[in-house]
Design a protein around this ligand. Structure first.
Ligand code: GRF
Length: 218
């Protein structure tokens, strides 16, 4: 099987980006990251890319005539490098139609809540304010909506009465770093099929159920 080429879009610190780099380095995930695109010239993700000799493009939306033009350009840069899977790793924009169309069911996002609850910004504080007892994270394919695409993997953590946004975010983040590489691995192994709005996972899924319990290492 050909090695999967990944393009990453990130706007900030890029800890999920790092988790994917580490999963590749350790041999857990057979893929290579060919490009980082960021909309933020100050993103710490840029330093992470440099450390690993990953090509980086800084594309600032305000330099484009329209949102569509911006996402058309991103799609072109990814296509030219034969990217097979696009990863949104803390990319703080709603993906425009030209990119969604060019990479239908080949764009993955991670969201820090159990979708369809608490989509959009600040999923963790939305969940705390609502008073949920369980929250978590979701890896999903990206469609035209905001955090609405077919769900690939979810993992859950407890939420406490006196939790802070930081504490809950940290608890969730630890699982993000595990389920994102896992979802990408399933994609790389051609084990995901989108059926309507559901994702069917082929083969052994024991490792995914284990991820629901953060104390079990897989
Ligand atoms: C994560 O909480 C992720 O769920 C959300 O944005 C944050 C990105 O963090 N989409 P990082 O840049 O990967 O550290």
């Amino acid at each position: 099987m050909e090695t999967l080429s990944i393009g990453v879009l990130a706007s900030g610190r890029g800890s999920n980006f790092q988790a994917i780099i580490d999963a590749i380095d350790s041999g857990y995930l057979k893929a290579h990251i060919v490009l980082l695109i960021t909309d933020n010239p100050n993103a710490y993700a840029i330093e992470r890319a440099q450390k690993h000799a990953i090509e980086t493009l800084i594309l600032t939306p305000k330099l484009f005539a329209s949102r569509n033009d911006y996402f058309k350009k991103i799609a072109e840069e990814l296509k030219v490098r034969e990217v097979g899977l696009v990863i949104l790793a803390g990319f703080m924009r709603v993906v425009g139609k030209p990119l969604v169309d060019a990479y239908r069911y080949r764009i993955m996002n991670i969201h820090p809540a159990l979708l369809p609850s608490f989509p959009g910004l600040h999923g963790q504080s939305q969940a705390l304010e609502y008073g949920v007892k369980i929250s978590g994270c979701t890896v999903h394919f990206v469609d035209e909506g905001v955090d609405t695409g077919p769900i690939i993997i979810q993992a859950a953590v407890p939420a406490f009465f006196d939790d802070t946004e930081d504490a809950l975010s940290e608890r969730i983040l630890r699982l993000e770093h595990r389920i994102f590489p896992e979802a990408i691995r399933l994609f790389a192994e051609n084990r995901l099929e989108v059926v309507g709005r559901k994702v069917n996972i082929y083969g052994e899924i024991r490792e995914i159920s284990a991820l629901l319990n953060p104390r079990i290492t897989t």
